[in-house]
Each structure stands twice: as C-alpha cells, then as structure tokens.
Design a protein around this ligand. Structure first.
Ligand code: KG4
Ligand code: ZN
Length: 336
C-alpha cells in the first residue's frame, strides 16, 4: 500500500505552523513560527496583528516543513488545514493558503477542527493509543471534556461555562504581575509556593457535573489581592500562584476521573496548552495510577498550537473519505 503524506497547516491564533505527517502518526517535520513575543507587548493576542504576521510567515513556514521532511508537494497526498474555531482573520490565512495550493496542484483538501487536532496530538507519541478514551482539552480558548468514541467521532460531555482554564491562568498571571502568557509563568513560580497557603473555591456547576467554571476562581483571586492591598499586607506571589493552580488542577482532575469512571473507560488523555502544566500532569499520573487508568499526554511541543496535530487529525479524516471543496471557509465558532 502507498504511504500517505499529509501536509498540515495551522493558523488559528498566534502560531503559524506547518508539518508533514506520514501514515498518520509519524511526524516528519513540525515548523512553528510563534508570535508570542510580538503580542506580549500588548498583554494578549491582537487579532489584526496575528493575521498580518501569518500572511508574512506562512509561505516560508510551509517551505521549511517540506524541506525538513525531505519531500516536495509532489509527494503530498492531502493538505489538512484548521478551519475553526479561532480568530477569523488568522484562520483565513491558513485556509486561503491551503485552498490555493490545492487548486494549483490538484492535491485534495481536508478541513480540520482545531480541537480534533489537539486531541489527535496524543496519537503522535503513543503509538498504541486508540479510541475509545476520554480526553480533557484545556487551552487558552477551550476547556472540554470529550469522549473520543472513534477516530473523528466525539461527544463533548463537559465544557466551561465562562473562562477557559488557560484564560484563567493568563488573567491571574496578569493580576499578580507575571505577564503574558501566564500559564507557563504560573507553573514555574508555583514550584516555589505553598499550594495550601490560600483556599480558593473549586466551582461545581449544578446542572452538569462535567462542566467547568473558572470565572469565580479568578474573581476570588482578585478579591484576595484587593483585600491584601487594603490591609497593607504583602502578597506572596508564589503562594497565590500555587494555590490558584491547585484549585484549577483539583477541578480538572476530579471532573475528568469522574467521567472516565462513569463511561467505563480505562484510558484517559489530556491535550491543549494547559496540558503541559507540570502540576496537572503529576496529579493525573498519580490519580490514574491509583485507579489503573492508562494516562496519555503529548510532549509540550505538541500541546501548544502546532500543525503536526492537524496533520494527524487530517490523516484520519482523509482515510475516512472526508474532502473539502474550494468553498471551505474559516468558521470562528466551529462546533466539534
Ligand atoms: O493550546 P494553546 O497553545 O492555544 C489555544 O488554542 O488556546 O493554549 C495556550 C494556553 C494559554 O492560555 C497558556 O497560558 C496555557 O495554554 N498554558 C499553560 C501552560 N503552558 C501553556 N497553562 C498552564 N500551565 C502551563 N505550563
Ligand atoms: Zn489550540
């Protein structure tokens, strides 16, 4: 049987990325041009700047991905591109580029859901992992608890009612003066802090036991900081970070394990930017270990936005026969 080479393209937020993936799980190249330094100036992603930067970078990122993989477009079986969810102007750059290459060469086009990409990142380094399993997707834009029933077949059983987990990390980091992006910084300073120093709330959502809510936690941290300021007390940045992080980790772990048990599965995976959090990983290692649940997580480079995960997801869509037309459009609020 002929080898299948997928060119993955990702531009949904502030990473311009391209990758070549062979036969679904072998990453031949993974090029990521990050705009983080540019957006740090403004304390967050500025959509207009992101789109402009994607346009400047996308051609060279794709050329590099092909060169690193030692292939040319003639070897590519299909082009997989993220078409949502994300920033519309940013998504449009990748989608237009993918359509243009497809139109010029006749290589088939496959539109990919960004979250399906994040979940699929787990297949890269865990060759034995196969559905069904439960996946927690926690990033700057999403906090989803997903039952992965089969390749490309998902059921979202829990989601955030307000802020995403990564968003909470970013907002709290800003409030305690750590800057953007907050997740990695909180992760780092938390190692110096006491996670039991301050008790922050672990919010439950009455209507759905798998749903998350992080805005109350964020407010509790802000109230705590205001209280300290009014009383003239000094703030221990590391203690606040560690206590906040523990509150997030507790909720993510308890909801996830509850779902794994309720659905009678023994495999659990995490994905998305927050999945690189060291405390979250350690908690899952421990709790899954106790329960004989196999725990999977991608390396940090495949947790953050990248195109290898889009190539993997695109492979499974491609072999199912999914093809996109030249009317493929960017869908900022695309549903899984
Ligand atoms: O998946 P991602 O790269 O982009 C989105 O699709 O949103 O996730 C970025 C998010 C940011 O909110 C960032 O602060 C968070 O992931 N993040 C982390 C860590 N590394 C990145 N959060 C907690 N701990 C980390 N180590
Ligand atoms: Zn993402």
């Amino acid at each position: 049987q002929k080898d299948i080479y997928i060119l993955g393209i990702e531009s949904s937020c502030d990473e311009t990325a391209a990758s070549v993936v062979k036969n679904g799980r072998e990453v031949l190249s993974n090029v990521i041009s990050s705009q983080i330094a540019l957006h740090t100036l403004y304390g967050g992603v500025v959509p207009e700047i992101a789109s402009r930067k994607h346009i400047e970078k996308i051609n060279q990122v794709i050329e590099q991905a092909l060169a690193d993989a030692h292939v040319t477009l003639e070897d590519i079986t299909a082009i997989a591109v993220t078409y949502g969810p994300g920033l519309v102007g940013a998504l449009l750059v990748g989608v237009s580029e993918a359509k243009a290459i497809s139109f010029a060469t006749g290589i088939p086009l496959v539109g990919v859901h960004h979250i399906e990409g994040h979940i699929s990142a787990n297949f890269i380094e865990n060759k034995e992992l196969e559905p069904p399993f439960i996946c927690l997707v926690a990033s700057g834009g999403h906090s989803h608890l997903v039952v992965v029933k089969d390749y490309g077949e998902y059921e979202i059983i829990g989601r955030t009612r307000d802020d995403a987990a990564g968003e909470a990390f970013d907002k709290v980091a800003r409030a305690i003066g750590l800057g953007y992006p907050g997740g990695p910084k909180i992760d780092k300073v938390s190692k110096e802090g006491n996670p039991d120093a301050i008790h922050f709330p672990r919010a439950a959502v009455a209507e759905n036991e798998y749903d998350f809510s992080f805005s109350g936690l964020k407010s509790a941290v802000l109230n705590y900081l205001n209280g300290c300021q009014m009383k003239g007390e000094e703030i221990n940045q590391a203690d606040v970070a560690a206590s906040f992080q523990k509150a997030v980790v507790d909720v993510l772990v308890s909801h996830s394990l509850h779902a794994v048990k309720a659905y009678g599965l023994n495999k659990f995976a995490i994905a998305g930017g927050v999945a690189s959090n060291s405390s979250l990983r350690a908690a899952f290692e421990e709790e899954c270990g106790k329960r004989n649940i196999a725990f999977y997580h991608p390396s940090p480079i495949f947790c953050t936005d990248n195109a290898a995960m889009i190539g993997v997801a695109g492979y499974y869509e491609y072999i199912k026969g999914v093809r996109s037309g030249y009317d493929l459009n960017a869908v900022p609020n695309l549903k899984l």
